[in-house]
Design a protein around this ligand. Structure first.
Ligand SMILES: Cc1cc2nc3c(=O)[nH]c(=O)nc-3n(C[C@H](O)[C@H](O)[C@H](O)COP(=O)(O)OP(=O)(O)OC[C@H]3O[C@@H](n4cnc5c(N)ncnc54)[C@H](O)[C@@H]3O)c2cc1C
Length: 398
């Protein structure tokens, strides 16, 4: 049977970063990616946090625009905040570039390979996969495995310890239009990331929607936490598109490419590391439920998995426990909080206005909430508690 040191499943930002950083450490790395072209099928608004390219050493050439403002819109009002600047790109460029960089470090990225399952042996993990090109099933043995197959990672039948009762309930159906305009939209379109929160008049469901500007198109889409028939989803997206068109590109002809995908927006998975197997990115449930962002979290888990694999190799130990501890320390507190906040807001949508108004009135609060660092000082923590208490009191009256 073929063997390797580190096997990665999925070549999104989590898998690609893990492969790149493990290979850079001299670890023999193989990636199994289902798609034939890395990133080509990823449906995503592809907004990147400020500093992403520097943090992950990705060339700035993938960045389309650097919006310096984010607007949060409810049925009542639009609230505007300075951001970053943030960045926009496309997933074919982001994932494709990270994969190329990983190849450059020596990772063996194999496309058209579908992960089927794994079993543990005394001295490693055996992964079974389908080679779609050759039409055969294959097995490969690795010292450790990083599972990063995104929102399709139910994992119940892969390892009972990774089972997550809330996985299906956390899935959000997303639909997005890439809108290619014959002429540029209004100037402010290209300097702003738009997020919209409303209850749909069509379906009566909570909707989270966005307009993210790109170099050559606008990504206009929405997510709804329910299974929706295609026609209903399209009708919701058409209604959103009409409102954006009226404001940003009235009378300008355009063509549309539509794309749909599932986003996981529930709580992080309880267990993400056991006996040589680590789970990362969206497969670990690491998405900010208030914004749908998860690229930064995914890439960070890839980095942590590569670090854990390198350290474990030096010590001859299992990387999974250290990996799980590091990821939980980095993200779980904030992401669980974001999930509870989103559920609280969606139960009574006027609460969105209470929060956004408070953020607008207290820019320091907005700035700290945008930060994903856990390294708040004692004063900042206390300030956040006071602001959270103020918000809770106001929101309960809303
Ligand atoms: C509509 C939408 C908009 C979003 N917008 C943003 C945004 O603006 N900013 C942001 O930060 N985040 C955004 N997200 C979230 C972001 O897409 C995810 O957090 C991010 O992609 C997670 O990266 P990942 O590497 O964990 O998984 P993915 O990017 O999902 O990558 C998983 C990879 O695994 C492969 N794969 C799946 N199954 C198998 C298998 N069985 N065998 C082999 N390979 C497999 C897939 O082909 C894919 O390449 C958005 C998500 C959606 C759905």
């Amino acid at each position: 049977m073929e063997t390797t040191e580190f096997l990665v499943v999925g070549c999104g930002p989590a898998g690609g970063t893990a492969a790149r950083e493990a290979a850079r450490r001299g670890i023999a790395t193989v990636v199994l990616e289902r798609d034939t072209v890395v990133g080509a099928k990823r449906v995503c608004a592809a907004g990147l946090r400020p500093g992403f390219c520097e943090d992950f050493d990705v060339p700035r050439s993938i960045v389309h625009l650097d919006p310096g403002t984010i607007t949060l819109t409810t049925v009542e009002k639009t609230y505007a905040f300075p951001v970053g600047p943030a960045h926009t790109t496309t997933r074919e460029e982001l994932d494709g570039t990270i994969a190329d960089l990983a190849r450059g470090e020596g990772a063996d990225i194999r496309t058209g390979m579908l992960f089927r399952g794994l079993e543990r042996e005394r001295d490693g993990v055996v992964v079974e996969y389908a080679d779609a090109r050759a039409g055969v099933r294959k097995r490969i043995k690795a010292r450790s495995v990083f599972l990063a197959q995104g929102s399709s990672a139910r994992l119940d039948d892969v390892d009972a310890r990774f089972r997550h009762a809330g996985w299906n309930a956390g899935l959000i159906t997303c639909f997005q239009y890439r809108v290619y305009l014959a002429r540029p939209a209004t100037a402010e379109t290209y300097g702003t990331l738009e997020m919209h929160y409303y209850v749909s008049p069509l379906s009566g469901r909570n909707v989270i929607a966005w307009m993210f500007p790109k170099r050559d198109h606008l990504s206009i889409g929405l997510g709804i936490q329910a299974k929706m028939p295609g026609a209903a989803l399209r009708a919701e997206t058409d209604a959103l598109l009409a409102t954006v068109e009226r404001r940003l590109f009235p009378g300008i002809p355009y063509t549309v490419r539509d794309e749909g995908n599932l986003l996981y927006g529930g709580l992080p998975r309880a267990s993400i590391g056991a006996d040589g197997v680590m789970v990362g990115g969206t497969a670990a449930g690491l998405v900010d439920a208030t914004t749908g962002e998860g690229i930064h979290e995914a890439a960070t888990t890839g980095r942590l998995a590569a670090e854990a694999a390198g350290d474990a190799r030096a010590r001859g130990t299992d990387p999974a426990p250290a990996y799980e501890r590091a990821v939980k320390r980095a993200f779980y507190r904030r992401l669980r909080h974001r999930h509870h906040l989103m559920s609280f807001l969606e139960r009574r949508p006027p609460r969105f206005d209470v929060l956004f108004r408070q953020l607008e009135e207290t820019p320091r609060f907005a700035e700290l909430l945008q930060s994903d660092r856990n390294a708040f000082s004692a004063w900042e923590r206390m300030y956040l508690y006071v602001q959270a208490a103020k918000f809770s009191l106001r929101a309960l009256r809303a």
